[in-house]
Design a protein around this ligand. Structure first.
Ligand code: CGF
Length: 837
């Protein structure tokens, strides 16, 4: 276009589109400009929230400059890109992160303070973007940070929910849920692209006709359409010009559809259709590791995958390459089975719309997709009922049946006469009604399948995907151990520790190469260093104690051992076992003489996490924690020796306060149930020790930090089935200490025991699926070992430093690089600062 313009016009544009400078005064000017124009407020009449809005808008301007440069340069160079499809992106707050990553925190801090505001208060005014449930969504956010930092050409695709994960309040000890309307005051961290609108269809029927060559063509005549509107969220890398994009889709009614109804005089129907269309992206399903099976959820999944694929294909088509080049330009990662429909949609586009042969299309599809599995829990396996699916997506159902038929024919050829095998491997489960197994579809349509920690990746090969390993061979199944971004989880969340590390190592290079932390081990024997290290931990504990006072109205001493379990509430994560052990501790303290009490290590047991609203047993665990807290915290016989708190509404920004403040944290899932866990990595990176089972990434953390720096207990994954069997058929009695605890609950020490009966009955002999009784004695012993170790503060500080020093492996930079090299085949493309806005 530029070529057509006169030279002077081009020069004028060039001159006027130069980037703003990043000195304090220019930054202040841009803040004041936004206050007075965008916010239309008088310059002196401001509260913290409007200050936040103005600073956010000014930060956003700088983000957009980088975003424009990145996307412009990538469009020109057109390298292979990866598209990360995730139904959840748990980003949390953006401002602090964006300023730190762009290297502007200092400048903005100074500018804001001079304008009369405290930067920390301004940062605190931001609400979390909570478009995720837990680990899976936060993993996606960490990966986006690493992709941008490592200059990989990458886009995320997700949904822009109007309501994120619900807000949790505790009423009479029970969890109650409130809507999280996070968009109340607009979201400065997104760029609405109202011009990018894609029509997405549902329902209707399929017309099959023979074309002029005698080939049967399938024509989907949908019954209903909605629009997908793009909202772009810039993701700046750390210490690089690169700024990637997450494109989130919002559903809106299509104008044409409305008009037809309206013109037919059916005004009410057109309004109803409009609200139904808006509903698709209205709310995030609040389930983690459980499958909802709801029609609206399936609609969300199709809406999102179809819009994303349309966008990806449109971008590919601009390059006018051959279709066979598609997998050389495009890698698509399926974050769990939620986006598996993308496989079917791409096959449909290629066969029905682009007229490729089935086999050519299928080759392209299977070279393009790769699939991450996050769980082996049966209740989390996504299945869709065939009748419901057919009603919403009739053509896609035909394609799935065809994919399945051709796949099973090949299996049959390789392993003849094994009907049991065909039944087990089929994408269609022969139930009443039939079900579509999304995990099988994802495996069949992908070239690589990965688990998220070494143990988990091995488990999927021997359990849920065993037959597929026999069929495809080992190479298709790989491990990519999860990681976390050190920028958010240390540099941003624990600024004092970050500074100490940088000062000690002589630079902040470790933020991009976490293995450099190893050098901290040379400081372990330096008493001064250890003192500074522990002073920072104490500072962080004071900060957490303040939050606990505000949120729970409980005073806790920062000198006590802070023991934390914060994560989704789930039976397999065994918060129940934790609170039962707390009761045991309480009873033990109560039975002590004064002199015995003098040697007890004071402990504050901190819980946090949300339960899925329909998960009755998990909600009862929250109630039990709060009932125990109410009794223990008031008991003068215990005093400061034990305090119990449940911090309501755990989210990313609360985690940023909790993680740096823990002495010990609990990662105590029944072996073989937690695929990886990522909070374990966050705690250890911040010098917190962990108590855990041989499960998920705990095992690899142990390997890195050494067994003397971690408190391991409980049965091993390969023992679980035998233990369950023994319990069920040989009536193994309940652990005696546990028996004592249960009797106390049943006697009504903590409220009316009837309330907790359903919870207690999950422990009856033969039913204790998560093996709380089997692991109880070793759990109590591990907790005692923690107390003993903590008493020796010098030794503890050494362990703490060793923990941080050895966490290099768990940077999400390492994970993402492994994905890029082994799965996606993409290369870094550094962006050059051309000085443009
Ligand atoms: O994914 C999880 C998490 N709950 O979201 N799974 N899912 N689904 C696993 O349970 C975690 O163990 C894992 O760390 C996380 C991210 O892979």
């Amino acid at each position: 276009e530029k070529a057509k313009w006169p030279k002077e016009t081009v020069e004028l544009w060039e001159r006027l589109s130069k980037k703003e400078a990043n000195d304090v005064e220019t930054v202040q000017k841009s803040i004041v400009h936004h206050v007075t124009t965008t916010l239309a407020r008088a310059a002196y009449n401001m509260d913290n929230f409007s200050a936040y809005q103005a600073v956010a808008l000014s930060t956003r301007d700088r983000l957009i400059s980088r975003w424009n440069e990145t996307q412009g340069q990538l469009s020109k160079a057109d390298p292979k890109r990866v598209y990360y499809l995730s139904l959840e992106f748990l980003l949390g707050r953006s401002m602090d992160n964006a300023l730190l990553n762009m290297g502007l925190k200092g400048t903005y801090g100074k500018g804001v303070e001079q304008l009369g505001f405290n930067m920390e208060d301004v940062i605190e005014s931001e609400v979390d973007a909570a478009l995720g449930n837990g680990g899976l969504g936060r993993l996606a956010a960490c990966y986006m940070d690493s992709l941008a930092t490592l200059d990989y050409p990458a886009w995320g695709y997700g949904l822009r929910y109007n309501y994120g994960i619900f807000q949790q309040r505790i009423v009479d000890g029970y969890q109650t849920e409130y809507p999280d309307y996070w968009l109340n005051f607009d979201n400065p961290w997104e760029l609405p692209r109202l011009d990018i609108s894609i029509q997405i269809s549902f329902g209707g029927h399929v017309q099959s006709i023979q074309d002029e060559y005698g080939v049967t063509r399938h024509n989907w005549i949908p019954a209903q359409s909605v629009q997908a509107i793009a909202y772009d969220v810039p993701i700046p890398g750390y210490d690089t010009e690169n700024c990637n994009n997450i494109r989130l889709w919002r559903s809106k009614p299509t104008k044409t559809f409305d008009l037809t109804s309206f013109n037919e005089g059916n005004y009410e129907k057109s309004v109803e259709d409009a609200t139904n269309a808006e509903k698709i992206t209205s709310v995030l399903y609040p389930n983690d590791n459980t499958m909802a099976g709801k029609e609206l959820r399936l609609k969300q999944q199709y809406f999102w995958t179809a819009a994303s694929l349309h966008d990806i294909v449109r971008r590919f088509k601009k390059s006018r390459r051959e279709w066979s080049d598609f997998p050389d330009q495009v890698a698509i990662q399926l974050n769990d089975t939620h986006p598996t429909l993308a496989i079917v949609e791409l096959q449909r586009l290629l066969v029905d719309e682009e007229m490729l042969s089935w086999d050519d299309a299928w080759e392209i599809v299977t070279k393009t997709f790769a699939f991450t599995n996050h769980t082996v829990l049966p209740e989390a396996m996504e299945k869709w009922s065939v009748p419901m699916f057919e009603y919403l997506l009739p053509r896609h159902l035909q394609i799935i049946f065809d994919i399945n038929l051709f796949f099973l024919q090949k299996v049959e050829k390789k392993f003849p006469n094994d009907r049991g095998l065909l039944n087990r491997m089929s994408i269609i489960e022969e139930a009443q009604p039939q079900q579509i197994r999304m995990a099988h579809l994802a495996v069949v349509g992908s070239h690589k399948v990965n688990g998220v920690a070494a143990l988990h990746s091995n488990l999927i090969k021997t359990t849920i995907f065993k037959d597929f390993v026999d069929y495809y061979g080992e190479d298709k199944f790989v491990n990519k151990t999860n990681g976390i971004t050190p920028r958010r989880w240390l540099h941003q969340a624990n600024p004092k520790l970050s500074k100490l590390i940088s000062d000690t190592l002589g630079s902040d290079k470790w933020l991009k190469d976490l293995s450099l932390l190893k050098k901290l081990t040379t400081k372990i024997d330096n008493a001064e260093f250890r003192k500074s290290w522990m002073a920072i931990k104490r500072h962080n504990k004071v900060r957490l104690a303040e939050l606990i006072k505000i949120r729970c109205n409980v005073e806790v001493s920062p000198d006590a051992l802070f023991d934390v379990q914060v994560k989704r509430i789930h039976e397999y994560k065994r918060q129940f076992m934790n609170i039962l052990a707390v009761i045991h501790r309480y009873r033990t303290i109560k039975s002590m003489t004064a002199s015995q009490k003098a040697s007890v290590q004071p402990r504050v047991v901190i819980f946090g996490g949300k339960a899925a609203p329909g998960y009755y047993i998990a909600k009862l665990v929250i109630k039990l924690i709060n009932s125990v807290a109410a009794v223990v915290n008031q008991d003068p016989a215990v005093g400061d020796l034990l305090k119990v708190v449940f911090i309501p509404d755990y989210n990313v920004s609360v985690a940023e306060v909790i993680v740096p403040a823990s002495d010990i944290s609990q990662h105590i899932s029944t072996a073989g149930t937690e695929a990886s866990g990522t909070s374990n990595m966050k705690f250890v990176l911040n010098g917190g020790l962990i108590i855990g089972t041989m499960d998920g990434a705990n095992i690899e953390i142990l390997e890195e930090i050494g067994e003397e720096n971690i408190f391991i207990f409980g049965c091993l994954a390969h023992e679980v089935e035998d233990l369950r069997h023994a319990q069920r058929y040989r009536g193994v009695p309940m652990d005696p200490a546990l028996q004592g605890v249960i009797s106390a609950i049943e006697k009504g020490v903590f409220e009316d025991p009837k309330i907790f009966q359903p919870l207690i009955s999950t422990l009856t002999v033969g039913k204790d699926f998560y093996l709380i009784s089997a692991d109880f004695a070793s759990y109590i012993a591990a907790n005692q070992a923690v107390d003993t170790a903590y008493k020796n503060q010098e030794e503890w500080s050494k362990k703490s430093i060793r923990c941080t020093a050895n966490m290099g492996k768990f940077s999400s930079d390492r994970s993402v690089k492994e994905y890029a090299d082994d799965i996606w085949g993409i290369k870094s493309y550094p962006i050059v600062d051309e000085g443009h806005m």
